[in-house]
Design a protein around this ligand. Sequence first.
Ligand SMILES: *Cc1c(COP(=O)(O)O)cnc(C)c1O
Length: 421
Amino acid sequence: MDHFLYRDGRLMAEDVAISEIVAEVGTPVYVYSSATLLRHLQLFEEALDGLPHLVCFAVKSLGNVAVLKLLGEAGAGMDIVSGGEYARARAAGVPGERIVFSGVGKTREEMRMALEGGIRQFNVESEPELQALSEVASSLGKTAPITIRVNPDVDAKTHAKIATGKSENKFGIPIARAREVYAMAARLPGIEVIGIDVHIGSQLTELAPFEAAFTKVAELTEMLRADGHDIRRLDLGGGLGIPYERINEAPPLPFDYGALIRRTVGHLGCEIEIEPGRLVAGNAGLLISRVIYAKSGEGRDFLILDAAMNDLVRPSMYDAHHDIVPVIEPEAGAETRPWDVVGPVCETGDTFARGRELPPVGEGDLVAFRSAGAYGAAMASEYNARPLVPEVLVRDDQFAVIRRRPSYEEMIARDSIPEWL
Ligand SMILES: *Cc1c(COP(=O)(O)O)cnc(C)c1O
């Protein structure tokens, strides 16, 4: 569910017309709905109601400080994977006690930053990381609360680039070796074992892989408790998928996911953490773009937009589908025709869709990519020296630019020419 609907023939973000935002900010531009973001967070809150829990928003999916502040003020914690994300979460006013530090490659500097600034827990992914964290925490005279990320070897049945829970992936410790690594952790100075972490992948469209993973985590909890570890917190990761194609897809709902959590680990008396990114942010954002040219090719027609793969990389990186709709509502029963929808970047990979049936569109028209809130702006770059795409946040009838478009001068000013050149 989202808050991007047509009203009087115009696509709206809540009570603001998209065309009004474009008149002020230009294109391409990301537009987020506060109501949708909060609604999705609320769905997880309701799904886990009655269990002690914290919903930690995965900052990597949409890291704008204004969005983090909105969610943080609504009670969300944050799941971060870098020092930069730690700084973003703190700049958004989220206290350290609500920030969980994930990721396979935490540096000692990042560990120090989090320990000094305050952190809820580290989700540790390897023995060398455990050793490093022990050294850093001890040198600061602090104790690092940790979970260990276990790799349950389940097939998440998602795109290979975003599957993380198979034994061949780089993430976590094989669950079969978990007891050994927990025993090591318990002996290390500066480390306090508090729980278990698991995250099997992203854009999961079935519950069965979660069920398999959480069942293994429940068994491991009993085993580790028998070994004398005080396992009191379970971080179950993120990964719940969203419908990118409105008509064909119906991934599981947060409510059913919550019921699954209760069924598999609810009896253990642990505090539950989840780390959703995509389901909170994905359908809360649009990427708005203008058609530069409509070009006829050999048997194919190309719609050339002013947005490109540097602004939204998911189609070229993950073969992802995004629904594309006109910003002016098409007439009922308007005929469609197929277009290859592309950007101006000098790569064939800069293709958003092939043979996409669209209602009448032409030069100068505005189109909206749906479901672009997660892994959209967050993965944007300045490839082809295209200034970083701006972001706008809407609430009711107000909107604000929450990241402005840099000028060419600002973009270039980050480079410097050595004096010997
Ligand atoms: C990416 C990631 C998430 C968020 O995944 P979504 O599919 O966006 O919900 C959560 N936890 C970890 C450890 C991640 O790497």
